[in-house]
Write a protein that binds this ligand. Sequence first.
Ligand SMILES: *[C@@H]1O[C@H](CO)[C@@H](O)[C@H](O)[C@H]1NC(C)=O
Ligand SMILES: [Cu+2]
Length: 193
Amino acid sequence: MLSNSVVAVFLSALALTSAAPYPQGTATIDTRQTKTYAAPRETRTVVAGRGGLRFDPENIVAPIGSIIEFHFTPLNHSVVESSFERPCQPKDAASFYSGFFPVPRSPDGGVTQSAEVFQIEVKNDQPIWFYCAQNTGRHCQSGMVGVVNQKFDGDKTLAKHKQLAAQVSGDSGVQPWIQGGERKANPNPLSGF
Ligand SMILES: *[C@@H]1O[C@H](CO)[C@@H](O)[C@H](O)[C@H]1NC(C)=O
Ligand SMILES: [Cu+2]
C-alpha cells in the first residue's frame, strides 16, 4: 500500500507535468531556434449593405499593415478598388475585386450576412477608394462607395467622390477574377454587428 506522502509527491508531479507549456516527454528547449510570432493584425470591419446602398462605415482610418475585412449583407454586393477620379471602375489591372456575395434576406427580418468575408491589407498610407459593382440598382452611382485613409487636408473627399459617382452614366466595372485580397470563411461573425 502506498503511503500518503508518496501519493502526494506523485500527484504534484502530475500537476507540474500537465501544467508545463512545452511538449511532454524529453522536453529540452532548443535555444538555437528563434521563432518570430507576428502580432495579430489590427482589423477594421466594414459591412456592405447595412443601412441601404452603402458601406458601413464608409470612411475608414486604418494603420499600415492592418486588415480591412468586408462583411456582406443582403442582397448581392461586392467590393472593387477604384481611383478617386474615376468612380465605379477598377483603378487598374491590379485593383482588388471580391466577387459578388448573394445573401438571402432572413424570413424573420433578422440580420444575415455572407458566410465568407473579403480581406484586404493596408499596404501604405495612400487612400484606397472602393465601390460596389452591382449594376442592378446602380449601387456605386447611388453612393455605395467608400475610402480607407482619405487625406483629410485635401479636396479629394468622400463627399466629392460620391458626387463624381452620381455622374457616372454607364455601368460599374469588375475585374475578370477575384484578386487583390483574400476571400475566406468569416472568421469574425460578430465583428461589426
Ligand atoms: C449577383 O450579382 C451579380 C452581378 O450583377 C450577378 O452576376 C449574379 O448572378 C448575382 N447573383 C445572384 C444569386 O443573384
Ligand atoms: Cu452593392
